[in-house]
Design a protein around this ligand. Structure first.
Ligand code: TRP
Length: 454
């Protein structure tokens, strides 16, 4: 239903790519990637992460977009539509639960970004030492009502976009802001690399010391890859449903994955050299970027202007991601209740979702174990599990001819194909083998390994 009312959602192929990229590029790249890489030893993590993007990220993005494009439905109705029965409905439920868990902590961190934007406007970081910057963060976090206030602000912004259905506006906005974010990050990386002592950071980020790897690192890298590419929660199913039928899923996924990875690596290139140059600890944890970034701006020309610009871009990047998170839950509720006596329309669903999110945010803010728990359970358990199920669903339960047609427009009949068609046909076959065997088996192996069983 959402798919029908929102068929007009994206005006062009580029619009869809930008929206998908907007969902992917967010706090996962700029906040989470550096701190997880820092906690897992830097270089070795980077290599495993890149391997995960190629082996799992790309095929699974294609899988979700395909499910959406083929069914024209959101995560609620897609599995049902494609199989003509409701045996896979549990997977829709898992997607919705995952979306609530992620929203619980993601909105809190988006709230942190809003606070830092306000602080940047007030230029409160001027002349603060490393220790004082850490103290600023700790003081802010300790003021829980204030954190809750900023997080609620983030929820309201996101809900407003879904409420007024202004996807077109977002699309136009991200076409401008995304390139601006990239330019800004290149400039920051350039400045940081000129700092004394930045070499140690480069060494940390690019030198792979596999001796420090433990079994959890691989699971962390896998979870981070899913999180960063917005995989394993059905968000991309919804976006796939808006896809023009002529759009090539493989090409779209490749473009988004490359852009997303570029932003994550750039974030690492900014954070790690600065961490070592200023004497921070790379394994600082979730506050890492928030204490390091303000220190960087003070070294840049136009410090005040640069910090405001960057934190504004970060807030926008975060909100284009929260939109895709919230959309899954909103579409689920409005579609699930559509046949009820008292159906919840889109707007009522937005209100219900807001209420639940505010409660889970408060839990994350007042109980740090809840924050950590939501994060770990969603990234390391639910998203891999959902992705595993989706790979099996497409690989084993959908007709191969539809898959070839859907992902690369390869003609159904393989005989007498032209050269480029042959190439596309083979690519689709490789994809099918990957989602049938490699992805499911590898996810099982990583799970058992992470649990210490194997
Ligand atoms: N990918 C986003 C980021 O990196 C977060 C996100 C948005 C997400 N939508 C998602 C993660 C759906 C998992 C599933 O910040």
């Amino acid at each position: 239903m959402a798919a029908e009312t929102k068929k007009s959602g994206f005006s062009s192929k580029l619009g869809l790519i930008m929206a998908t990229a907007g969902s992917a590029v967010g706090l996962g790249n700029i906040w989470k990637f550096p701190y997880i890489a820092g906690e897992n030893g830097g270089g070795a993590f980077l290599i495993i992460y890149l391997a995960c993007v190629i082996l799992f990220g790309l095929p699974l993005m294609m899988t979700e977009l395909f499910i959406g494009k083929q069914s024209g439905k959101s995560a609620f109705g897609a599995f049902r539509e494609l199989r003509n029965n409701s045996r896979w409905q549990w997977l829709s439920w898992l997607c919705m639960i995952t979306s609530f868990l992620i929203m619980g902590f993601y909105f809190v961190v988006t709230g942190w970004c809003f606070h830092y934007l306000v602080a940047a406007v007030g230029h409160v970081f001027k002349d603060l030492t490393t220790a004082q910057l850490t103290l600023h963060f700790d003081d802010f976090i300790a003021n829980r009502p204030e954190v809750l206030g900023y997080s609620i602000l983030a929820v309201i912004f996101t809900a407003a976009v879904l409420w007024f259905d202004v996807n077109k506006g977002i699309e136009r906005l991200s076409k401008i802001l995304m390139p601006l974010l990239l330019i800004m990050m290149f400039l920051m990386a350039g400045r940081v690399l000129m700092l004394d002592g930045s070499n140690t950071g480069m060494e940390f980020f690019f030198h792979a010391d596999f001796s420090k790897l433990d079994t959890r690192t691989i699971l962390s890298a896998l979870g981070q890859c899913f999180f960063s590419l917005s995989i394993g929660m059905g968000a991309l199913i919804t976006y796939g449903a808006y896809m023009p039928k002529t759009q090539n899923i493989a090409a779209t996924s490749l473009q988004v994955a490359v852009l997303d990875t570029l932003v994550a690596v750039l974030a690492g290139l900014i954070i790690f050299p600065a961490v070592f140059a200023f004497g921070f600890n790379p394994a600082e944890g979730p506050e890492l970027v928030f204490v390091v970034l303000p220190a960087i701006f003070e070294k840049m020309s136009f410090a005040w202007f640069s910090s405001i610009l960057f934190f504004s871009l970060l807030c926008v990047a975060a909100v284009t991601s929260t939109i895709s998170l919230m959309e899954v839950a909103v579409a689920f509720i409005s579609e699930a209740t559509a046949k009820n006596k008292h159906p919840l329309d889109r707007r009522k669903s937005v209100l219900v979702v807001m209420a639940v999110v505010v409660v889970s945010m408060a839990a994350c803010i007042y109980f740090p174990v809840v924050f950590k728990g939501f994060d770990t359970v969603s990234s390391c358990v639910l998203m891999p599990l959902n992705a595993f199920a989706m790979a099996l669903f497409v690989g084993w339960f959908l007709p191969k001819a539809d898959i070839r047609q859907g992902i690369v427009h390869s003609p159904i009949v393989a005989k007498e194909l032209g050269k480029t068609e042959k190439w596309r046909h083979n690519l689709a076959n490789v994809y099918i083998q990957i989602v049938r065997y490699i992805v499911p088996l590898a996810i099982i192996a990583i799970f058992l390994n992470g649990l210490g069983i194997w």
